[in-house]
Design a protein around this ligand. Sequence first.
Ligand SMILES: [Zn+2]
Length: 51
Amino acid sequence: MTWSIDITPLNDLKKHEVGGDCWCNPELNEDGVWIHNSLDNRELTEGKPHA
Ligand SMILES: [Zn+2]
């Protein structure tokens, strides 16, 4: 079973998709975590595990 974690900016102006198909062009780090980019380059504040 595989699952990933998405780190997305909290309350960003635009809703993020999970995984690599997001508009923000997220980066998959070595731990298998998708690091999303905020619309206004704020600090990342939230991690959401998902199946
Ligand atoms: Zn995103």
